[in-house]
Design a protein. Structure first.
Length: 101
């Protein structure tokens, strides 16, 4: 059920990271690791399963929204997770270069 804004003590801008801001350029991350990063946590931070489920619920739409600035790699194991990283062109855009030397 929707709530009136006046119900809340404060509201905040809905400002999310860009892929180039969130990821280390030479690393690939799983969705749970991305979820932690979006919350300002280390990718390997220990969180309880209920909290992780909520964080992942936030991370999946972020990944979909920023997909054009990301690359994906196949799982390292047959039943393992996929890995995501920042695309080179997103790094070029973030530093103001056009990728041409």
């Amino acid at each position: 059920m929707p709530e009136p804004k006046s119900t809340f003590d404060a509201t905040y801008p809905c400002d999310f990271y860009e892929a180039a801001e969130l990821f280390e350029p030479d690393l690939m991350y799983t969705v749970p690791e991305i979820a932690r990063l979006l919350q300002g946590l280390d990718p390997d931070a220990d969180v309880d399963p209920d909290t992780e489920a909520v964080l992942i619920d936030w991370a999946i739409p972020w990944v979909m929204t920023h997909a054009e600035d990301m690359v994906i790699a196949e799982p390292l194991e047959e039943d393992g997770p996929g890995y995501y990283g920042v695309a080179d062109h997103a790094l070029d855009d973030a530093d103001g270069s056009d990728g041409n030397a």
